[in-house]
Design a protein. Structure first.
Length: 263
């Protein structure tokens, strides 16, 4: 997908309107969108989830992109509001409609790219009981846009997994998968480091690079957090147990150079 346009991303978008990032004018007795967003954020931090959602809804209705993003996350996780993936989808779509072609250097760029990745994920599996049906091709296009235009590491990781596993719209391509995974891995994306490390260490569908694979697995293990990342620790432990002494020594050499280059 060319970075110059988002037409293909918007053809399946919802009709939820989006206004300027700073919001529109409000009556004198209403807070500005920014004031409402700040109040909503403060209420959220204080544990007043009902008050938070109220203020964030007001800011979002005026086109405040960060409020829309926060509400999308809340609805997707059922955090203080009823779990509602379709409502989350609508908020993410509003952000993309209004800001999908903003410069990657803008302060809100990471939230915009996050919204594009979220939409891509929804299109991968669809949303039950809604008009959003699985559309792997559209999901791939959205990940491609976020990965190339915004350099989003989550999008790069998702593309790597798609090329690694294949889907209805994309044939498996292990070499292309490794390229996308490495872009994310070199930015410190721990799942990408783990998957890339496993692919390189195992040598499936490509020349085996055991020491470099063990290096990426070591980085991933060091960044793993909690039970949700146990799979990363398991991949590392399995590879370390199979590695030869020479491969372990070379891994340490690679690791030192990587940390030096990325410090």
């Amino acid at each position: 997908m060319q970075a110059s346009g988002l037409g293909v991303l918007l053809t399946l978008g919802c009709c939820l309107g989006a206004h300027a990032f700073d919001g529109t004018k409000t009556p004198a007795d209403d807070p500005t969108p920014m004031e409402a967003f700040r109040s909503g954020t403060q209420a959220y931090k204080a544990g007043d989830l009902s008050g938070a959602s109220q203020m964030l809804e007001f800011a979002a209705s005026k086109g405040h992109a960060l409020a829309q993003w926060k509400l999308a996350r809340m609805y997707s996780e059922g955090d203080g509001v009823p779990h509602d993936d379709y409502k989350a989808f609508q908020y993410y779509q509003a952000i993309v409609d209004a800001h999908g072609e903003d410069s990657p250097d803008t302060p809100q760029a990471r939230f915009v790219s996050s919204a594009i990745v979220a939409l891509g994920s929804y299109y991968l599996s669809g949303i039950p009981n809604s008009r959003i049906q699985p559309n792997p091709r559209h999901a791939n296009e959205m990940f491609q846009y976020a990965a190339t235009y915004f350099g989003d590491s989550d999008a790069q990781y998702n593309l790597g997994r798609i090329y690694l596993d294949g889907n209805a719209a994309q044939q498996r391509d292990a070499m292309m998968a490794a390229r996308w995974l490495r872009l994310a891995a070199d930015k410190g994306h721990h799942p990408a480091q783990a998957v890339l490390g496993h692919v390189l260490f195992s040598g499936d569908d490509m020349p085996r690079q055991a020491a470099r694979g063990l290096m990426y697995l070591t980085l991933a293990r060091d960044g793993a957090s909690g039970d949700r990342d146990q799979w990363i620790v398991d991949l590392y432990n399995d590879a370390f147990a199979k590695a030869t002494p020479d491969e372990r020594d070379m891994c340490l050499t690679y690791l030192g150079q990587f940390l030096k280059d990325h410090s």
